[in-house]
Design a protein around this ligand. Structure first.
Ligand code: FAD
Length: 437
């Protein structure tokens, strides 16, 4: 008979909702802790920004959200549904293939209502500590300490398993370059970017190469004097954007100086007023105490078997949502299914030694291919991300991701290569787009 466990899920974003749904379906008792007052995680637009624009002050109030006001998805809605619950155009909704953030949130509200998940969530309740109950074998009992918003006292509860779904787009990773501390202009991270107004009439250097960096640079260019996009990609040389009068592409920053000068590696320099770091985020689990079993080292969370289970503590501790550059919602759903099946005893994990050996082999492979540690969880190309999704489906005992969706994801990369990937070019895409066009 399948086991019924008492499971804590930390976070009510897409990962936490997926976990809650699958655990509930497998008959487990589920408590989802959510520190904010609503579900949806990163898809809840928060107009507030943090008091420290570079987010280095340990005493600041942390804002979870990193969305900017105008953000539209960077995956088409076809790739943002669940296997049995597609993200269709809402009644009276926009027909955009890449909808705005509010539409994604509405979709998640509907998803949670359809599968009756809201009743499992304890809103306004932040998890402040998770650790094994002392003396318990193989992590079989976990204590979760939580605190309700605006209350000083906390509460402890004991669970059979914990699924960590706290998201990883909140704590900025910053670019580092000589002179950064004494540079007189204003510096900020995209986590604190909401709209272009603060950059009006300024000369702005924007560091990064992601979809957000491209969107934000174009949005800022509408009000700024000049925008200089800097990337560490090796093949970049100084050039002006064809479709904009005031955006230039540059190489990596070499250094900045006290007079406000920004000097690039190719020797070019400009006098700038602001630097905006669109340089990604760091994994953080401030509540988790595993006595050093699970660590974050240079953005490597580990050791984790297939980015989900720490071999020493599996299966009673697991993580959803760690890998990136993948069909995200489908991956979160499959990881949740795998965890639910393992906790029920319907799917078996390899031995602790085999899982550790697999993690070691993965690290060795990264090293041999010259992939830096901080990219451990990047599924670096189409093949590796599809292989990963197929692996999850096989472990969970469910059909693999729809081949049409896989092909669409593959074509999307080719589209981006051909047309760029900003708000405007995304409108040239539709689900029938093929590389030969
Ligand atoms: P989150 O959505 O971050 O949810 C984590 C939840 O945990 C939050 O609600 C938070 O309040 C809660 N929490 C955290 N700590 C605690 C605690 N201690 N106690 C209690 N609760 C806690 N993906 C796509 O598929 N398509 C896109 O177009 C896309 N665009 C993106 C654009 C941006 C700018 C960013 C930042 C991300 C984008 N993503 C996109 C990725 C997106 O993050 C994932 O799609 C997905 O929403 C991640 O869900 P999650 O549940 O893992 O994390």
């Amino acid at each position: 008979m399948a086991a019924t466990l008492n499971v804590a899920v930390i976070g009510a974003g897409v990962a936490g909702l997926s976990a809650a749904r699958q655990l509930k379906k497998n008959g487990h008792r589920v408590t989802v802790y959510e520190k904010s007052d609503r579900l949806g995680g990163i898809w809840v637009y928060d107009p507030r920004v943090e008091s420290d624009p570079l987010c280095r002050d340990p005493n600041r109030e942390i804002i979870h959200g990193s969305l900017y006001k105008s953000l539209r998805t960077n995956l088409p809605r076809h790739l943002m549904g669940f296997s049995d619950y597609p993200f269709r155009v809402a009644k009276n909704g926009h027909v955009n293939n890449f909808p705005g953030h509010a539409e994604v949130l509405k979709f998640l509200d509907e998803f949670a209502a359809e599968f009756e998940l809201a009743g499992l969530i304890r809103f306004n309740t932040e998890v402040v500590r998770v650790e094994q109950v002392e003396g318990c074998r193989n992590g079989e009992k976990w204590v979760v300490e939580s605190r309700r918003t605006s209350q000083l006292s906390s509460e402890e509860e004991v669970f059979d398993a914990v699924v960590v779904c706290n998201g990883h787009y909140t704590q900025p990773r910053l670019a580092e370059f000589p002179g950064m501390e004494k540079w007189p202009g204003k510096q900020s991270h995209s986590h604190n970017y909401r709209d272009p107004e603060p950059y009006k009439n300024l000369v702005v250097v924007l560091i990064g190469h992601s979809a957000s960096a491209h969107d934000i640079s174009r949005e800022i260019a509408l009000v700024a004097k000049e925008v200089h996009l800097s990337t560490r990609s090796k093949d970049v040389t100084l050039s002006k954007f064809d479709d904009y009068q005031n955006i230039w592409q540059h190489s990596k920053i070499d250094h900045v100086d006290e007079n406000g000068e920004v000097v690039f590696e190719d020797g070019e320099s400009i006098h700038a007023d602001a630097i905006l770091h669109c340089t990604g985020f760091k994994y953080e689990f401030p509540f988790l105490n595993t006595n050093g079993v699970v660590n974050v080292d240079d953005n490597r969370v580990g050791p984790l078997y297939k980015h989900v289970f720490p071999p020493e503590l599996a299966p009673r501790l697991s993580f959803i949502g760690i890998p990136y550059r993948v069909i995200v919602f489908q991956m979160l759903e499959l990881q949740a299914k795998w965890i639910a099946q393992v906790l029920s005893g319907n799917a078996l994990l390899p031995s602790r030694e085999e899982m550790l050996a697999d993690v070691e082999a993965h690290y060795r492979q990264l090293e041999e291919n010259g992939i830096p540690k901080h990219h451990t969880h990047l599924l670096c190309n189409y093949d590796s991300s599809m292989e990963y999704l197929d692996f999850l489906a096989a472990q969970a005992g469910v059909p693999p991701v729809d081949p049409e969706l896989k092909e669409m994801f593959n074509n999307l990369f080719k589209f981006a290569y051909k047309h760029g990937f900003n708000s405007a070019s995304r409108d040239l895409w539709d689900e029938n787009w093929r590389p030969e066009e």
